[in-house]
Every structure is written in structure tokens, then in C-alpha cells.
Design a protein around this ligand. Structure first.
Ligand code: SF4
Length: 244
């Protein structure tokens, strides 16, 4: 069932409402699943970079949720801890089928201790609602847990230091699909330097845990470039195909 928020979002994109029976037509679910089974192959048949498994520190790899959260909240492993108000661990359903991963906390997130709040968070909520996934049903986290100064992108070494925490979260949740929102998330999860525009529409896997990854634009970018929202809808439909 589509609720008013979902209909509002889809109408704002100027696109037809999603209905499940579309998948019994020419673009069947079976066809979708066949195409996504190929690791690192794009929908255009072009070779994609092969992601590399992450090596975990032994302690973090064994942590339960409580220990992991305490470790993150007290972490000083990289320089981002110096200016943070608090580390932003992640939030949502720990049994989620869908995990959304963004780049880093911004000013609002740093203050509130929750990822994807403010206008970008509201847009993400609408995007999720459009595929019948309310925010409460998904798990949301970032590549790094602490806010980079002046909202700059995380440095590669900062993302590397923080990666074991995110990896452990993914391992505990075991989502059916990951939505990588924005360049920082996509490039770090998939060990790629391709721009988001080139990664969208392809079927990747988070190799360390063999979990499908779909790449889309970050909601903050969509707020600045609303004409790209229609493309994000194509990405969301791919996500939905994994959740069926
Ligand atoms: Fe630790 Fe990650 Fe925060 Fe760096 S960003 S201090 S690695 S929790």
C-alpha cells in the first residue's frame, strides 16, 4: 500500500506510482535477480572494479551490539574524535533487510547523535517511504562515526580506521541489500574511485560479506540537484527488487 508521503514523493519526481505487478511484466523479478547475481558487472556489461575484503581487528570482529556501541562512543582512533560533540553510532532496526550507509555525520547529526537528520534526513525518509520501507524498518549508518571539521569529506585514513566498526554492524545485521548513499559511501564500500554517476545502475556486492550494494546519490546532493531525483527513483526500484 502506498501512503500519502509515498505518493507525494513520487509525484514530486513526476513518475508513475510503483505497483508490485510491474515485476510480472517485461522487467520480471526473475530477470532482475539474474542480472544482480553477477558480482561487479554493470548493467551495460562493462567490467567494474572488484571490491576487496576488509581485514578486521580481532576484538571488533567479535563484539556484540552493546560492546560495539561503547567502543565507538569512546573511540579516539583517528583525529575526528577531537572536534566531535559525540560519535554517531547508527540507528534503526538491527534485523533490517535494508541498510542505508551515508558518508559522515554533519552538524545536526553531531549534535543529535543520529545519522541523516535535518533536511537530507527528511528526504531520505521520503525516499524510503516510496519503496514501503519506513525509517523504523531500516538500519542507517555512516562510513565514519565522527563529524569531519567543516563538513569536509572523510580522509581515506579516517575511513580506514572506522571501517571495522561499520563492517561489524553490517555483519551483525546481515541485510539483504545495502543502499550506498553518495560518493564517499559507494567508493569506500566498494573500493572504487568511480563517480556515483558511473556506479549507479550497476549491481555490486560488499565482497567481505557477499551482500548486494546499490549506489545512489546522497539526499543532500538531491536537495541541491532536484532534477536527479528521477534517477534516484530508478536506484530505489533496484533496492526494492532485492527486498521482494
Ligand atoms: Fe573512531 Fe571512527 Fe570516530 Fe575516527 S571516526 S574517532 S575511527 S569512531
Amino acid at each position: 500500500m502506498q501512503d500519502p508521503e509515498q505518493i507525494k514523493y513520487l509525484k514530486s519526481l513526476g513518475i508513475q506510482l510503483w505497483v508490485p505487478r510491474d515485476y510480472s511484466g517485461s522487467e520480471s523479478l526473475a530477470e532482475v535477480q539474474t542480472s544482480v547475481a553477477v558480482e561487479g558487472e554493470s548493467s551495460t556489461g562493462q567490467e567494474e572494479p572488484r571490491p576487496q575484503p576488509i581485514k578486521l581487528s580481532g576484538d571488533i570482529a567479535e563484539m556484540n551490539w552493546d560492546d560495539l556501541q561503547q567502543a565507538v562512543l569512546g573511540c579516539t582512533s583517528c583525529g575526528l574524535h577531537v572536534e566531535r560533540t559525540q560519535a554517531v553510532f547508527g540507528t534503526g532496526n538491527r534485523d533490517a533487510s535494508l541498510m542505508v550507509i551515508g558518508e559522515a555525520p554533519g552538524a545536526d547529526e553531531d549534535i543529535q547523535g543520529e545519522p541523516f537528520v535535518g533536511r537530507a534526513g527528511q528526504l531520505l525518509d521520503q525516499m524510503l517511504q516510496a519503496i514501503d520501507c519506513p525509517r523504523s524498518s531500516v538500519y542507517i549508518a555512516n562510513i565514519v562515526k565522527c563529524r569531519p571539521p567543516n563538513n569536509r569529506n572523510p580522509q581515506p585514513e579516517e575511513a580506514l580506521q572506522c571501517a571495522p566498526y561499520l563492517h561489524r554492524q553490517i555483519a551483525l545485521i546481515q541485510p539483504r541489500v545495502i543502499l550506498a548513499a553518495g560518493k564517499v559511501a559507494a567508493q569506500n564500500l566498494l573500493q572504487s574511485d568511480l563517480p556515483v554517476g558511473n556506479m549507479r545502475g550497476s549491481h555490486y556486492r560488499y565482497a567481505a560479506l557477499d551482500i548486494p550494494v546499490i549506489v545512489t546519490y546522497h539526499p543532500a546532493y538531491l536537495l541541491r540537484s532536484p532534477k536527479e531525483k528521477a534517477k534516484s527513483w530508478q536506484d530505489l526500484k533496484l533496492v526494492r527488487s532485492y527486498l521482494e
